[in-house]
Ligand binder design. Sequence first.
Ligand code: MTE
Ligand code: MO
Length: 197
Amino acid sequence: MKTKNYIFVLFIAFICTMCNSSKKEDKAVIEKSATIEKESEHKILSPADSLKLVNHQIEIKGEVEFPLQLSVDSLRKMKVATISNFKITSKSGEIKKDDKTSKGVLLKDILEKAKIIQKGHKDRNFYIVAKASDGYMATFSWAEIFNNPTGENTYILFEENGKPVKNGEMILICKNDIKTGSRHVYWLKSIEVYRVH
Ligand SMILES: Nc1nc2c(c(=O)[nH]1)N[C@H]1C(S)=C(S)[C@@H](COP(=O)(O)O)O[C@H]1N2
Ligand SMILES: [Mo]
């Protein structure tokens, strides 16, 4: 009887150790993926390396009649809007930036200037990609810009709180997104328009 109890206790102890070690492994895996995530979200660049990512002009290209190269000066000559209290929120909801006022031009106005090549009124399946020089991208659809309130909420900014924007000279934003971080593109390099095939 005593040995039976002893074996039983040993057995329970063994099970407990197994449970604990697998929990520890799970925890290690979670911690590791969190580190990878953090690293990819906050690459620390030297001032020299981040300067290399700055573009003085952005290109509007792809399926457009008039490809454009726009600088902050050319944006200033267009219809400039003042945006107030714009917050950048990350995936987790954390507020990354809080702009009291910023200045920019509607992406819609810029695309109207470049004129998307449409072969008829049903030819409206285009996607518009805002690309940055570090490889970051955000995508819009033709309908979002031209047949949806998002068109009145998507801007290319060149000024934040009375100062030139940081991280490049122009930033694309979409004010009505739920988490505004994902379609907030700094180091903006190009706006590319492609037809869906
Ligand atoms: N060019 C570029 N723009 C970007 C990113 C990036 O890595 N590169 N990160 C995006 C993400 S995931 C968020 S939440 C916001 C704020 O990011 P930050 O923490 O790098 O400022 O910017 C967005 N714009
Ligand atoms: Mo993010």
